[in-house]
Design a protein around this ligand. Structure first.
Ligand SMILES: Nc1ncnc2c1ncn2[C@@H]1O[C@H](COP(=O)(O)OP(=O)(O)O)[C@@H](O)[C@H]1O
Ligand SMILES: O=P(O)(O)O[C@H]1O[C@H](CO)[C@@H](O[C@H]2O[C@H](CO)[C@@H](O)[C@H](O)[C@H]2O)[C@H](O)[C@H]1O
Length: 493
């Protein structure tokens, strides 16, 4: 049964819309998921602002919810024809802001905004509003251009309290009890999101390596060529641990052991898990190749791939000048990819694969977040690419896990240089051991070792490390040395 909630497409009047845009201009840059960090904003306009009816009172207090698509432009973007960036915000409005929502205030939490009828806040943090979203999915409702749906045969529980997940994310996730997790895309784009597309394909293929998709919402507007995916709902894995946490435990054990103890004997050896993760990755690649289109890149197409890698290298070197000394060596390796001529098999892949995107449950590894790299356009994220891109992503992640703790250990400053050097050697050994185990696992499952295509794999590793340089410079400058050191190494070999 589906239903349509009658609504008069209520939208904010000019003055109220301007005021909300002004508040968002101050609030958006402070959000972890904002893609324009460090850039001066030129304008924020509301491309869409819809009142969502039927919210009801929360303990006698009136609550309102606006679904907002805000477009952000930058002066530097206007000069080179960059399209505005679209951000999705569920704006809650209450006359008074309870303490539990102060942290989510859009604007000053102590000041009500008369034009907007009260205090504005990020509605996903409000359990009352999160419940409204879950009810819409369960009922497969249509609310103006917002279409909520769930996969056939899924009956949703709607009595679960929604809590926003804390942690570093490119989107915002709401966990309902220990049953469901909704991922609300912060930068939706016209077209089906790869998360939904690939999740559905893998569900059809009955892959045991994904969290089963349950539902989604999209924005279907006649002005758009294709509906844009706004959020997805999938099964929550309550007892799982992510690969990044497991890997760091292993590295911690290594650093706590005597310096002459190898990674294999230091305790919490990660290599058997890396091996299983390699096998799971191969199975997911095989299922994606079986259910979605595949192809080949050769000649000019391969040159175009290399050209896009080179463009990213040039752009990032301009933005992060510390990368400049390594650019020639990295560029030469990218040129070697173009010179191969092909054919290079391509298919749909994960696209932003790293240890934080894999969760270990009691039954095995589950792969998450098939969205691709958040900074890339939807067209790029939906394109077919070599599965070696995912392999390279995970190999880079072993390097991150090995070197991250070294950078955070203040005790190292008191150590003699020889001790620091030894730990650096140990970290590199840990990374090499796990990279090898992952590739062996992949080879055992698919009958093909990704290292056989060394030049292609190296180009993808370079591309990923350069992407990470840009990502860390914008988001976590303290982490920048990790990908920069990797670029230094990759430029030499
Ligand atoms: N199905 C799930 N079960 C349990 N935890 C999950 C699930 N999906 C995501 N998570 C947790 O949420 C985090 C962020 O999810 P992710 O899909 O990577 O979001 P983003 O695209 O915003 O980075 C993951 O690192 C993981 O800890
Ligand atoms: O998970 P997201 O889709 O948001 O991916 C982005 O953020 C990641 C960090 O949270 C970032 O990954 C980089 O850091 C990881 C450790 O935190 C490391 O394991 C990865 O190898 C490294 O790339 C990812 O690049 C970015 O797109």
């Amino acid at each position: 049964m589906t239903s349509t909630i009658d609504m008069a497409h209520a939208t904010l009047d000019g003055r109220a819309a301007d005021r909300l845009a002004e508040l968002l201009a101050g609030w958006l840059p402070q959000q972890r998921w904002f893609g324009g960090k460090g850039r001066r904003i030129q304008s924020v306009t509301l491309a869409s602002c819809l009142a969502t009816p039927g919210i009801g009172d929360d303990h006698g207090e009136e609550v309102r919810l606006w679904h907002v698509l805000a477009q952000v432009t930058y002066p530097d973007g206007a000069n080179n024809g960059e399209a505005p960036q679209t951000y999705q915000v569920f704006v809650g409005v209450r006359r008074s802001l309870p303490d539990r929502l102060r942290h989510a205030a859009i604007g000053d939490p102590g000041t009500a905004v008369p034009e907007l009828g009260g205090h504005c806040y990020d509605g996903l943090h409000d359990a009352h509003l999160a419940a409204w979203l879950l009810e819409r999915l369960a009922a497969r409702d249509t609310v103006g251009p917002l279409r909520f749906d769930r996969f056939a045969g899924q009956v949703l529980r709607t009595d679960l309290r929604g809590t926003v997940l804390t942690g570093e994310q490119s989107n915002t996730s709401v966990v309902y009890g220990d049953r469901y997790i909704a991922k609300v895309f912060r930068r939706p784009a016209p077209g089906r999101s790869p998360e939904l597309e690939l999740g559905l394909a893998l569900a059809v293929a009955e892959s045991p390596h994904i969290a089963p998709p349950i539902g989604w919402a999209e924005y279907a507007d006649p002005d758009l060529d294709e509906p844009m995916t706004l959020l997805t709902l999938q099964a929550f894995l309550p007892s799982a641990t992510d690969g990044w946490a497991l890997a760091l435990t292993s590295v911690r054990d290594l650093f706590a052991a005597e310096p002459d103890v190898s990674a294999a004997r230091a305790g919490a050896d990660f290599a058997p898990e890396a091996h299983r993760l390699g096998m799971a990755t191969a199975r997911v690649h095989r299922a994606l190749a079986a259910t979605l289109p595949t192809g080949w890149l050769e000649g000019e197409e391969l040159e175009q791939l290399a050209a896009s890698m080179r463009r990213q290298l040039e752009l990032t070197s301009r933005q992060v000048p510390q990368l400049l000394p390594y650019a020639p060596g990295l560029g030469e390796a990218i040129d070697r990819l173009a010179a191969l001529g092909g054919p290079l098999p391509v298919q749909r892949v994960h696209g932003d694969f790293h240890l934080g995107q894999a969760m270990r449950t009691v039954t095995g590894w589950i792969l998450l977040d098939f969205e691709g790299e958040p900074a890339r356009s939807l067209t790029e994220r939906r394109a077919m690419v070599s599965p070696l891109k995912d392999i390279a992503g995970m190999l880079r992640s072993f390097d991150y896990a090995a070197h991250h703790l070294l950078g955070t250990m203040s005790t190292l400053a008191d150590q003699p240089p020889a001790a620091t050097e030894l730990m650096t050697v140990r970290a590199a050994e840990w990374a090499a051991r796990n990279r090898d185990a992952f590739c062996r696992g992949y080879a055992e499952s698919l009958g093909y070792d990704p290292r056989a295509q060394a030049a292609v794999l190296r180009a993808f590793e370079i591309d990923k490390a350069v992407y990470e340089v840009g990502y860390e410079a914008a988001n976590r400058p303290a982490w920048l040395p990790i990908p920069l050191n990797a670029c230094a190494r990759l430029a030499r070999h």
